[in-house]
Design a protein around this ligand. Structure first.
Ligand code: SF4
Length: 380
């Protein structure tokens, strides 16, 4: 891809420099391979893996679909390894492997549509049929709402400009949510989009210079079926980025891990009690921690942690310690975010009704240094 001078480069010179930053290139090696070297994004590799001709996925139940999925994962891994070893670029890849008429991505779409009848996209595991109603925690039926989509220049330097798509609704109820209008109060006021429209949005964002497609919200997870199907219609080569609260179910992790190139999880809390109190979410650390461990095996990662006032010991330090204890530190960048300000219902909670102090922030930064976490260049 050619990177021309654009308006954003004047506002974010660090994003231009990020293309040459050795630490970023090393830690986010797959991301840069797709972005700069033009290796095929993972969803193109998934589309090259054929479903065996003796398997008819339309007559398979979900269990049978998962069995085929486990088999095709081996072919995916082998081809992904070959792409990296041989340095196969997108055009060359398309000539060599093309797109199988019925492929691994089609299989994932079939599984996602089956899950939609008994929804387990996230760990609420509501079990509702979203084709006939919207009784789950996210309140979404089978429609996907997009509230806005544009080139975002406020993200981390390696990601800017980021082709960001904001989906309506959320499975969390954070009392300090800064996107509360689209996540909680008016989630259905966006535009209903289908897979083809979503693919067109992604193509237009890429053609406008987006370094990646940034699926965010609200929360992208309840919309996973539309996002997967959009990739069937997407011909351009573009990084897929999952910007999420990371409360996905294991099924969703299995569906996503072969198509997402870089993960951007929010690691908010260091214990389950604070998560339950401030986001109304049970089993937070168990689920989100588990998903971090899976995700790092399958792509690059920038973890975001928003420092909340009065939550330094119980949350910030515990999150950083969890990262240091459980993830390979040379493969993870952590954005320690200092911009918290009370919004939405935060004034009803005394502990988070102010901004974090300079002393609190310094304490978190010092602790990250002590643990050897890579955060300094990525946090603004
Ligand atoms: S996406 Fe999550 S919250 Fe929404 S219905 Fe499915 S399991 Fe429930």
């Amino acid at each position: 891809m050619e990177f021309r001078a654009h308006y954003w480069s004047m506002l974010r010179p660090d994003a231009v420099e990020a293309l040459h930053n050795e630490v970023f290139r090393k830690v986010l090696s797959w991301y840069y391979s797709v972005l700069v070297e033009d290796y095929p994004a993972k969803f193109h590799i998934a589309k090259a893996i054929p479903i065996p001709s003796d398997i008819n996925i339309s007559s398979c139940d979900e269990e049978c679909l998962w069995a085929v999925h486990r088999d095709l994962e081996k072919s995916f891994l082998s081809l992904w390894r070959e792409v990296r070893k041989e340095g196969i670029k997108f055009r060359e890849f398309k000539k060599m492997y093309g797109e199988a008429p019925r492929n691994f991505l089609d299989l994932k779409i079939a599984i996602a549509k089956s899950i939609l009848k008994n929804c387990r996209f996230c760990e609420w595991r509501c079990g509702v049929n979203r084709y006939t109603g919207n009784g789950g925690a996210c309140r979404l039926d089978s429609k996907t709402y997009v509230h806005s989509w544009f080139l975002h220049i406020g993200e981390e330097a390696p990601l800017v400009p980021s082709g960001t798509i904001f989906y309506g609704s959320c499975n969390f109820r954070c009392v300090y949510c800064q996107n509360w209008d689209i996540s909680q109060e008016n989630p259905f006021s966006g535009v209903v989009v289908g897979p083809r429209q979503l693919a067109l949005m992604q193509k237009e964002l890429r053609d406008s210079g987006a370094r990646n497609i940034n699926h965010v919200g609200g929360e992208p997870t309840p919309n996973l079926y539309t996002i997967l199907e959009s990739l069937r219609h997407l011909d351009v080569n573009v990084v897929q980025l999952w910007n999420s609260n990371f409360y996905m179910s294991l099924e969703s992790m299995d569906l996503l891990k072969h198509v997402i190139d870089i993960w951007l999880p929010d690691f908010k809390y260091g214990n389950n009690d604070c998560a339950l109190r401030l986001s109304k979410i049970p089993r937070y650390v168990d689920v989100v921690g588990r998903n971090h461990k899976i995700a790092i095996e399958w792509g690059d990662m920038i973890i975001r942690h928003l420092v909340l006032p009065n939550h330094i010991e119980c949350c910030s330090k515990r999150v950083l310690k969890w990262i240091a204890d459980n993830l390979p530190l040379d493969r993870v960048l952590v954005n320690i975010m200092d911009q918290y300000r009370p919004e939405y219902k935060a004034f009803e909670y005394k502990d988070i009704s102010r901004r974090p102090s300079a002393k609190e922030l310094e304490e978190v930064f010092d602790y990250a240094d002590k643990l050897g976490i890579l955060w300094r260049d990525i946090s603004r």
